[in-house]
Ligand binder design. Structure first.
Ligand SMILES: C[S@@+](CC[C@H](N)C(=O)[O-])C[C@H]1O[C@@H](n2cnc3c(N)ncnc32)[C@H](O)[C@@H]1O
Length: 300
């Protein structure tokens, strides 16, 4: 789980002093959410992506903020038989976890001398290179060779408007296809409902627009920004909802961790008083709905 702003800064300073390997996103949290992420993806948008590549034998993909490679695992069977992936993340620990998780997921995995992986998964042959890269830097470096498809999962709500505009310029100038999933869109419901839920969600959404490392985050506005900017660049857009619809007992651990992270973020905003927060935390939750949007942008 992402450590919230001020606490995260303290943690980073502490970890830096002690040379602890720092990861902004815990691989355990990413693994916990992966089944919900995969089943929540919007099928119509995924089908449209698959249709666009249906007549091709191969594809070259860049995955931004790849984490442990969940997006590749979800998309492998939507794309042509021969795939070349560039997995990009600034966190070396997550790239290491991606390498081992993907090797374990594939039917067959060969590690190449340069650190890349050659995977076989069902009838797909997938070449994966891992690039440690801060997306604040000049994007040209990760778009060579020119990708057919730029993708990301659970990423763009962390990004700022200026990053989104810069990224879209880079995608459009290469006439690449763009597909992103699970962008948070601001909607949350909890079961059981409590009177403080709306106040909590509004504080949480304010927290979502604080800087997450790529400038002041677009947060829940990210889906609209992506669609508007791509439309202005002459792309056609297909969007679909991809909410997490979590219920106990199957999702019990994810619901508990989500509620803790949600309340911690709200606490940081100072917008909800301690008594209300403590009462909200004390409720045992059996369900959660978290709104997301999937976006496919196609060049004319
Ligand atoms: C919510 S996680 C999603 C990970 C993965 N896409 C998934 O679906 O499980 C966001 C990812 O973005 C990466 N990230 C955040 N800021 C970044 C930056 N400035 N440069 C590169 N990667 C970044 C994080 O390290 C993390 O892996």
């Amino acid at each position: 789980m992402k450590r919230p702003g001020a606490l995260r800064q303290l943690w980073l300073a502490f970890a830096h002093d002690r040379q602890i390997d720092v990861s902004g996103f815990d691989p355990t949290w990413l693994a916990l959410r992966e089944p919900a992420d995969h089943r929540s993806r919007n099928q119509d948008v995924a089908d449209a992506l698959a249709a666009r590549f249906a007549l091709r034998d191969s594809v070259n993909v860049v995955d931004l903020g790849c984490g442990t490679g969940s997006n590749l695992r979800a998309m492998a069977e939507l794309l042509p038989k021969n795939q070349s992936w560039t997995l990009v993340d600034h966190d070396p620990a997550l790239l290491t976890a991606a390498r081992s998780t993907l090797a374990g997921w594939a039917d067959q995995a060969t590690q190449n001398a340069n650190g890349a992986l050659s995977l076989n998964f069902r009838d797909r042959a997938i070449h994966v290179r891992f690039v440690q890269f801060d997306l604040n830097d000049e994007l040209g470096d990760i778009f060579d060779p020119t990708p057919d498809l730029v993708t990301a999962a659970a990423f763009f709500d962390l990004a700022s408007q200026s990053f989104i505009e810069r990224l879209i310029r880079a995608v459009v100038s290469r006439q690449a296809i763009f597909y992103t999933v699970l962008t948070y869109n601001g909607i949350q419901h909890w079961t059981p409902r409590r009177p403080a839920d709306n106040q909590m969600t509004s504080a949480f959404n304010r927290h979502q627009v604080t800087d997450k490392g790529l400038g002041p985050a677009a947060g829940p506005m990210a889906p609209d920004l992506l669609a508007d900017q791509f439309k202005m660049a002459g792309y056609s857009i297909l969007e679909g909802d991809s909410p997490w619809q979590l219920s106990a007992p199957g999702d019990a651990k994810l619901i508990v961790d989500l509620a803790v992270g949600f309340a911690d973020a709200v606490a940081e905003t100072g917008q909800v008083d301690d008594k209300t927060l403590a009462a909200w935390r004390a409720v045992a939750r059996t369900g959660a709905f978290v709104g997301h949007t999937d976006t496919l942008a196609l060049p004319a």
